[in-house]
Design a protein around this ligand. Structure first.
Ligand SMILES: Nc1ncnc2c1ncn2[C@@H]1O[C@H](COP(=O)(O)OP(=O)(O)OP(=O)(O)O)[C@@H](O)[C@H]1O
Ligand SMILES: [Mg+2]
Length: 310
């Protein structure tokens, strides 16, 4: 599949270094289009980054996080993009989390540019209607000022499209991707589970959390009370990414029998990221382990170390 001649013309008119955001209702083909756009930019010899701001149907990192990565030439879908860094949003629904998502998008764009991206393509969630959709999408756009906003045009996105135009953005409307199909709730749920398992991988590490030295904090985006005195098994958590200030390593809080010591919680983290070991002791206490763990209100169902609901 290729982009239309009209869209290619629009892209050709962009500056050499540009940011493009794709906006549309659910199941209109946003993620498919983001991959096509990134491939088109790669074919022009530019270094492209993809920022995945769809925290519900995340493709690059685990759900609940805004992530980015650099696609390889001829990659076929967003799921094939290696995660570079993630910013915690706290849950899978963008309702009430617009500020976190906007902060995450800004961090990802800034870091991708610092790493030499010429072009950044931003994938977004399908929340475009009403106040929530407007706030979320306008805040995202304002934080990074994209050079082009591609709207996958349906009646439901039109009010938002008008707002983005009034804010002075270069907005262009295109038809939804032909063949894009609606995903059932079950398929969305399975996709979240599979994203978590593929993020965690099979090479996992359990790091004991010594509560007498580790600070446990509710994530700043939490809208509901999070009990940091007793964090439930399966809670989505995060620690600072030692290699990337301002980013987070997604992890899962484990308790109850998983470590053999009932009262000693631990966090489940991938053994390595991009082939590099995750050295959580960097900058942490001398005996290793993180100094601070952020916890969210987002809970995963686990069987052993496998995610079975998300
Ligand atoms: N040309 C096509 N032929 C067949 N299937 C397609 C085509 N384009 C997209 N799809 C499928 O349609 C579904 C919706 O597309 P996609 O995931 O790109 O939409 P989206 O707008 O990103 O959805 P969401 O709102 O969940 O993020 C996906 O399962 C995708 O694989
Ligand atoms: Mg999508």
């Amino acid at each position: 599949m290729k982009i239309s001649a009209a869209l290619a013309k629009e892209l050709s008119g962009l500056p050499e270094r540009a940011t493009v955001m794709v906006v549309g209702e659910v199941d209109t083909g946003k993620s498919t289009l983001v991959a096509l756009l990134a491939r088109w930019f790669l074919s022009t010899g530019r270094k492209a980054a993809i920022v995945d701001a769809d925290i519900g149907q995340a493709d690059i990192g685990p759900p609940g996080f805004v992530s980015y990565g650099f696609p390889e030439q001829d990659f076929d879908s967003l799921k094939a993009v290696t995660r570079r860094a993630s910013y915690m949003a706290g849950n899978t629904s963008p309702y009430g989390r617009g500020l976190n998502v906007a902060a995450g998008v800004q961090a990802c764009v800034r870091d991708a540019k610092r790493e030499g991206a010429d072009v950044i393509v931003i994938d977004t969630s399908g929340l475009v209607r009403g106040v929530a959709g407007r706030q979320l999408k306008c805040a995202k756009a304002e934080t990074v000022r994209p050079d082009l906003i591609v709207i996958l045009s349906t009646p439901g996105v039109e009010t938002l499209a008008g707002h983005l135009e009034h804010l002075g953005f270069h907005v262009r409307r295109f038809l939804p991707i032909p063949g894009a199909r609606a995903k059932a709730a079950e398929e969305r749920k399975n996709s979240r589970i599979s994203r978590w398992n593929s993020y965690l991988g099979s090479n996992l590490r359990l790091i004991a959390v010594d509560l007498s030295r580790v600070k446990v904090c509710p994530w700043w985006g939490e809208t509901r009370h999070v009990d940091t005195e007793y964090v439930p098994h399966g809670t989505v958590a995060a620690i600072q990414d030692p290699r990337r200030p301002g980013f987070h390593i997604p992890c899962v809080w484990m308790v109850a029998g998983q470590t053999g010591a009932e009262l000693q919680p631990s966090i489940l983290v991938p053994q390595d990221v991009e082939g590099e070991p995750v050295d959580v002791a960097d900058g942490g206490p001398a005996d290793g382990g993180p100094e601070l763990v952020w916890v969210s209100g987002y809970k995963l169902g686990l069987e052993g170390t496998r995610v079975v609901s998300a």
